[in-house]
Design a protein around this ligand. Structure first.
Ligand code: SF4
Length: 220
């Protein structure tokens, strides 16, 4: 067997074992943004760029009371929306995108959130990552793998990819991880990245997947 084939086999074996251990470690992993319907999750995910889920959840408590439908977002004044979401950062661009996105929902989708990657990524402020979050968590559709900063960092540390762009990392993960687990897998990595394998100070001695991790101990 050539070296590169052996590496691919190792990578696949590691991914399969990781799915098992992470599932056991985080049986309750879920999206940490609060939402009760696809529209709320779409808006919360747009707000979560460069912001913590905790802060988004504080902001959406009032926001979701003020705006209940896509038309509400399309018709709210830019200034009022900016005021409501200010503390999430980049609030001017986010307010503009949310209003434009929801205007398109009203104009082209009867005010509802579409369930396809193609339609979602045509909306203002919605890239592949946001679309994957909505499809996976609001519609239970595994269309891709959410690659945020935690998923990117952990996929590299765990030796699942050598790529650096979210698009290419996602392509690698879609080959290694069974489709039924694409949404859960990104939750597991996000939870592990927040609780154990942080960017600055990974806790390798206490890590549940250390035996599977080629980076174990490299940071001590
Ligand atoms: S062993 Fe260390 S680097 Fe590897 S996943 Fe665990 S905490 Fe992260």
């Amino acid at each position: 067997m050539t070296g590169s084939r052996a590496k691919v086999r190792n990578r696949q074996a590691r991914a399969t074992a990781l799915v098992e251990v992470l599932h056991r470690t985080y049986p309750d992993a879920h999206c940490e943004l609060d939402f009760t319907n696809p529209l709320e999750l779409l808006v919360a995910t747009i707000l979560s760029a460069q912001c913590t889920d905790k802060r988004v959840n504080i902001v959406t408590k009032d926001l979701f009371r003020r705006c209940r439908t896509a038309r509400d977002y399309a018709e709210i004044a830019q200034e009022e929306l900016e005021r409501l979401i200010q503390s999430t950062g980049f609030f001017r661009a986010k307010a503009k995108n949310i209003r434009a996105c929801c205007a398109a929902l009203v104009a082209h989708h009867g005010g509802t959130v579409p369930r396809t990657m193609e339609a979602l990524t045509q909306l203002a402020g919605v890239g592949r990552k946001t679309a994957n979050v909505v499809l996976g968590n609001a519609f239970d559709e595994n269309v891709g793998v959410v690659v945020d900063t935690h998923v990117a960092r952990l996929s590299q540390r765990l030796g699942l990819t050598r790529e650096t762009t979210p698009e290419k990392i996602e392509q690698n993960l879609m080959v290694l991880i069974p489709r039924a687990q694409w949404t859960l897998f990104s939750h597991w990595l996000i939870w592990h990245g927040r609780r154990r394998c942080t960017a600055r100070k990974p806790d390798c001695p206490g890590c549940e997947v250390a035996l599977l991790c080629p980076s174990a101990g490299k940071f001590q």
